[in-house]
Ligand binder design. Structure first.
Ligand code: 5CA
Length: 169
């Protein structure tokens, strides 16, 4: 990854790097020349499978709380199933809500570095994988960690969140 850079991180990515350092994750946030805005973009930029990309999706509970779901890039989140885990109905979050809950803009929402801890759920499919890549605070930044580290640093509950269709089992 000669074109990646860890120097001169933008402020949002610096916040993620600082959180990783504080949490004892031995990983560097890297800035890539190509977009990592979507899971497919990120997989292409890194050269990994889309499944290894951690999507950070934010929902809004009826209580007003933000709910963070960390899902494999290949999965669609079943919102009804997620609401069952959360114990309350969930709605979509708009861009402003995502920004205020996480301090990051959509496309760069990192699993760590939020202003306050968020109710967090982790897609159990991620636990089957070796290395994961998650957004590093901007649509051009990313970092790697193991599934065990993801669970540890987010304190998320590992649950089934993926839509299961008749064809995918
Ligand atoms: N950087 C990549 C992965 S490393 C990334 O952030 N992917 S993501 O999947 O976690 O973020 C994009 C997600 O943001 C989309 O899947 C979608 O659920 C959400 N999103 C996109 N546009 C909007 C919008 N206008 N309002 C609310 N959520 C949105």
């Amino acid at each position: 990854m000669t074109s990646a850079s860890t120097g001169e991180l933008p402020q949002s990515a610096r916040r993620v790097q600082q959180a990783l350092d504080e949490l004892g994750v031995p990983s560097r946030v890297v800035i890539l020349p190509h977009s990592t805005r979507t899971a497919a973009d990120a997989a292409a930029a890194i050269g990994c499978s889309v499944a290894q990309i951690v999507k950070s999706l934010v929902f809004r509970a009826t209580s007003g709380a933000a709910v963070l779901v960390l899902a494999s890039g290949v999965n669609r989140v079943d919102v009804d199933l997620l609401a069952t885990h959360a114990g309350q109905p969930l709605g979509k979050a708009d861009a402003d809500f995502v920004r205020s809950a996480t301090s990051f803009a959509i496309g760069g929402v990192a699993p760590v570095g939020h202003p306050q801890p968020l109710m967090t759920f982790i897609d159990r499919d991620l636990l089957e994988l070796g290395t994961l890549w998650a957004a590093g605070g901007t649509p051009h930044s990313i970092f790697s960690l193991s599934p065990v580290e993801l669970v540890r640093v987010t304190g998320g509950r590992v649950v089934s969140v993926a839509e299961r269709t008749a064809t995918s089992g």
